[in-house]
Every structure is written in structure tokens, then in C-alpha cells.
Design a protein around this ligand. Sequence first.
Ligand code: UTP
Length: 627
Amino acid sequence: MASDVGSTTDKLSQLGINGNFTSSAPNLQKNLHLLSPEEIELAKMLLDLAQGHLFENWAEPGVDDDQKKGFFEQVARLHSSYPNGLASYVKNARVLLADSKAGKNPYDGFTPSVPSGETLTFGDDNFIKFEEAGVKEARRAAFVLVAGGLGERLGYNGIKVALPAETTTGTCFLKLYIESILALQQASCESSQGDCETEIPFVIMTSDDTHSLTSELLESNSYFGMQPSQVILLKQEKVACLDDNDARLAVDPQNKYRIQTKPHGHGDVHSLLYSSGLLHVWRDSGLKWVLFFQDTNGLLFKAIPAALGVSATKEYHVNSLAVPRKAKEAIGGITRLTHSDGRTMVINVEYNQLDPLLRATGHPDGDANCETGYSPFPGNINQLILELGPYIEQLTETGSAIKEFVNPKYKDASKTSFKSSTRLECMMQDYPKTLPPSARVGFTVMDGWLAYAPVKNNPEDAAKVPKGNPYHSATSGEMAIYRANSLILKKVGVQVPEPVLQVFNGQEVEVWPRITWKPKWGLTYSRIKSKVRGNSSISQSSTLAINGQRIILEDLSLDGTLIIHAIDNAEVKVGGSVQNKGWTLENVDCKDNSEPEVLRLRGFKFNKIEQLEEKYSEPGNFSLKKP
Ligand code: UTP
């Protein structure tokens, strides 16, 4: 033992560390000779940060030595994955915990006002102009999906991106997203009128909770048609939990050699992209835009081309996609905040902060609707388009750190102890908080029916949502796709009747004809319009699945189910009267365990009684015209 202690002393002196540094942690002192110089450095850092309690219950040397090594591996990971290291995490935590205890309002001194942005109406000239500009620009874009969330509110037993966006075709969210990016890639190349070999990069941020299932989903489906090299998975790490206002790191209740950790939030995506080096690679290869989106919005890509067109035309450094928002509706409002000291920013303000902030700054009605019937503050849907150059500059300046927050649940009004450990969190949309006033930060408002229908809530919670507010459930998410597709076809001249109201899983929803199409069929308004000719009609009880790029609807009268598959170079004219018994919608009880979970979550399934299904697998021109 004597020689061990001697070698430890040598190691310490080589490191320039005073041998007494462990006096506050006797159990660490006993184990010091087991540690490598790197581990000793980490131990010293922890003691400097007043974290000696982490070693309190360590066993004598010779017992659990592997686990002690594992402890330092974890500390090294926590240290390297946080911008500016663990010391910075503890320091930030102390400041934020003190502010929280003092009840400090982060918006003190700021006055809210309505920022400027673009409001689009689907299908009008302006919209079409922006869509075409966006399609052109797409070949200079990279897409980033944040998909590390646990999805606790939904309670699905798998990863959210594997859930079907709709059950007519069973297309899962990840497939829909990939096919949408590929459709944009192809259209963008075609619009460039030159040789174009663009492969739009697609990053997926995962976490320990979602990484392996995401990777398996991609592998087992041949990346849904993307080149595997196009898809990059970046895994976010969790952050250390905090036990008290002094930011004492929490020991895992199950394992005394582990620090308890929890997710840090989707704001991690910025530091991960930066530290991966991808942003610089993209810039060097001529890319200009990074588009961020979330795991379960089946409508998003209907809004992406026009929103990207707005970014390009208006030269926005930051463009937040937004939807009209009713006053006090439970989504954040995009707001310009101006401080009395001159600071200004355009930022998402959570709905429960916006109302008091307005009241405190001379708006006695708080968050109220204006003459449009909506709040003047557009509703943030957390899909961002950033211009790459200024993005890199900004992350370089901030060390890629995003403003964090802490949300401890205190035991009592003294705010001295927590009900359970807490941690710092950060949100993707808080990126603009550190931008200089010169940054061009805007928004693009789209119709809600076109752009936003996330799947976040389980059936029981969705059924409790107050009437008139969105359910954000698998039921509403799927029905929103049918509604959007029906409204789009209506807009280009197809007769589609009004929906009927039906209740599934306790949620009353509009049921439109179940119309679906591949992204490459209906990427933009103009492309859809060019594929719909003559007088067509689709009855409310019908189902239509368009699985092919060059399928033309021409004088079609559909009352039943019609499914058409066609390869890219088969043009198929579909018309005449198609009538059959079709597919009916049947209720599924969300508690009926004999039904698959994906059906229980939405509360309905199709009874496939009769359909016309045609496949065109040879190139050429075809006609499916029923008399
Ligand atoms: P959500 O608000 O849907 O949160 O995240 P969640 O964590 O997935 O679900 P709940 O709150 O537990 O029910 C919005 C987006 O951010 C991603 C999610 O995957 C989703 O796309 N996210 C969230 C991350 O990537 N990492 C996180 O740490 C949290």
C-alpha cells in the first residue's frame, strides 16, 4: 500500500495538485491510488465544485473498483458534452437556482411588441411565389430532426417517429419526412436546370432513449430510400441532476457510483451540430440553410417550401414557422422584447408568461385577440429555418451554449429543498436569445390546418382538453392530414363535401375523405394543381391513396376506395366513376388490449370492405378510366 500512496503523491505533484485536495473526501483519498492522472484531474474538479458528497459512500479499495472507473467515465462524458464543461454547468445551475428561488422574472424590464414577419395564405400568388423560391433553395439546405424526446405524454411503447402518421397507407413519420426531403431534393435539382447531384443532408438528433430504435428503423427499411451516407445520427447526452440550491449533483438512487441524469432538452441540437463539425462542412460545400423540425408533425412539409422561400427572399437569419394563435391558447407567442437598456430580441414567449408580461407593460387586457379574431402574437410551432453563415458565427461567439432554465419543484414556500432532483434544460427555439439586435429574425405564419398537427398527448389526456383547443393526439394528427389534403384538393377545384363530426377516444374530430399522397406527387400547390384536371369529386366516405409521382386526376368521380401505385416514369390518368363499398371507419377502444397499440392510440381502424387497387410498374402512359 505504501508504494501505492507514494505513486499517487508522484502523480499529484506531476499534475501540480496539492496532495491535501482530498481532505474533504476521505473515501476518495483511500481510492486515489486506483485512479489515472485524468481521473485525478476530474476528481479535483469535482471537489473544487464542492461535490465531495459524491464519494461519501464509496467502498474501500478492492471493492467495486470497476464501478469507480465507470463513475469517472460518466463524469468525463458529462464534462465533455456540456459547452465549456461541468464547471460551467454547476456555475450556471447556481445562478439559475438562485434566480428561481428569488422568483426573478426573466422578462423584467422588457416591453413586448408584435414583431414583423410574413403571413401567407395557401394557394394565393404570394404563396406560390414563395413556394417556388423555396423549392429552388432547397438544394442548399440541410434538415435536422430533433427526435431525442421520451414522449412521456403520449406514452407510446416505441419511438414516436415509428408511429404511422396516418393508417390509410401506414406511412410512419420518419418515412414521410425522408420521402418529403427526397421529393424536395428532386424538385430542387430539376429547378436548377443544370447538372445537379445534390444529396440534402438529414441529421436526426437522438438520445439514449431513442437512438438504437431509430437506427434499427432506418436500417430495416433501407433508409426509406435515402442514401445511408445522407443520414447522420447525433446522440444527445443527458445532464446531471441537481439535489439542492447549491447545485449538489445528485447520486443515482439505484447506484452510488453514478450521477443521476435527465434529458437536457432539444436545445442541445445547436451545440451537438456545432461540436460535430457538420456546420462547417456544410458551409464549405455551399449550403446556406438549416431547417429544424420535430418528431410528429405530419403536415410540416406542406409548409416548408413556402417558408424556405420567405427565408431566402427576406434574407432572414432566423425564420420561425408559426400559425395563427387564439389569445391565451397554450402555445408560445412570437414576440419582440425591448429592454429599457436598449437590448432587443424576437423570441418565443410561453403563453403563461405572455399574458402577465403584457398586463405589466400597459396592456390591461393582456393577451387578447385583435380584429382578426386571433392574438397579434403568432403561435410558435417550433420549426426553425436558420441561415447557416450567421448561425455558425453566433455559435462560435457563444461557445454554442443556449440559454437554459431550471424548473425545480420545491417542497415548501421556503424554496430550500426540492421534491425530487431537478436539472438545467434548454430549448431549440431559445437560440435567438443571444443574437445581436442587428440579426434579421422573422416569422412565417401559415394556416394552422396546413402546417401543424403534432401527436403529443395520450387518448385520456387528449379527451380532457377543453373544447375548442387542439387535442394534439394520434387521432387529431391523422384526421388533420385528411383535412389538409381535402382542403388542398378543394382549392384546386375538386368537389369535396363538408366533413362529418365523429368521436374517437373521447375526442370529437372532423372526418374528411381519407385522401393521402406521396410527397413527390404533391410537393407544392402548383404541382398539385397541374395534376388535377376537369371536374372531379370525392365523396365524404371515400379513401384515395395516390402512390406515384405522375398520377393525373381527370374527371374522376370517387365514391369508395381507390389506391393507385405507379413508378416514377409511368403517367397514369385516373378518371371516370369509381364506386365500391370502400373502407369504413370503426371505433377502437383505447383500453382494448386485443387491438394493436397504434390503433388504440387513435381510437379507430379501417374495415377494408372493398377497394379498387391498381399498380403500374412499367414505364409509359396509362389510363384508368372507369365508364
Ligand atoms: P416534446 O415537447 O414533444 O417533448 O419535444 P418530448 O420529450 O418528446 O415528449 P414529452 O414531453 O415527454 O411528452 C419536442 C421535440 O423535441 C424533441 C422531441 O423528440 C420532439 O421532436 N426532444 C425533446 C429532443 O430531441 N430532446 C429532448 O431532450 C427533448
